[in-house]
Design a protein around this ligand. Sequence first.
Ligand code: ADP
Length: 190
Amino acid sequence: MKLIFLGPPGAGKGTQAQRIQESHGLVQLSTGDMLRAAVAAGTEVGKKAEAIMARGDLVPDDVVVRIISERTEQADCKNGYILDGFPRNVAQAEALDGMLAARGEALDAVIELKVDDKILLSRIETRAAETAGGARADDNAEALKKRLGVYHEQTAPLIDYYGKKGILRSVDGMKSIDDVTAEIEAVLKL
Ligand SMILES: Nc1ncnc2c1ncn2[C@@H]1O[C@H](COP(=O)(O)OP(=O)(O)O)[C@@H](O)[C@H]1O
């Protein structure tokens, strides 16, 4: 099974992807995590991405498309995967379509986690406070506003993109973590 978890920063994509990957034997592929690992390791990609990520902008499409293309070819992805944080704009979605078509594969579903902006802001502030010291470079008010703006401008159009393909499944991301997981499980059984 190949899934995309789509939603704004702080929507709970990572938390839910973690839970679903365990129950379905899938691999969670978070481009944010992979890019942070590249920054920490000081690779060429990391050097390119560091400042861009810190201010809340998107890393160039060719960089993340290559990362996903290479990662999904590894043996542990055979049973399927959850893309978390990718694609983030229409160009990335088209590149993903091309990659899957060339492999004779297709997406099973795109799970959209719907959360209001007001709730997102308070969730991310809490996350920043809880991880103070070890906080992510982009968990501050300014970068967060930027990330939300980038989401609405560039990523939200994907809701329509996948809606038209008939594979979009929207879930209320404002319920409890367990309830959201249950709703996703229900949607995946259909
Ligand atoms: N698919 C992507 N395309 C471009 N940049 C990305 C992509 N995924 C992650 N990034 C970069 O990594 C940052 C953090 O991403 P992520 O961990 O998914 O955070 P969140 O979902 O909380 O915004 C983004 O703001 C962006 O700079």
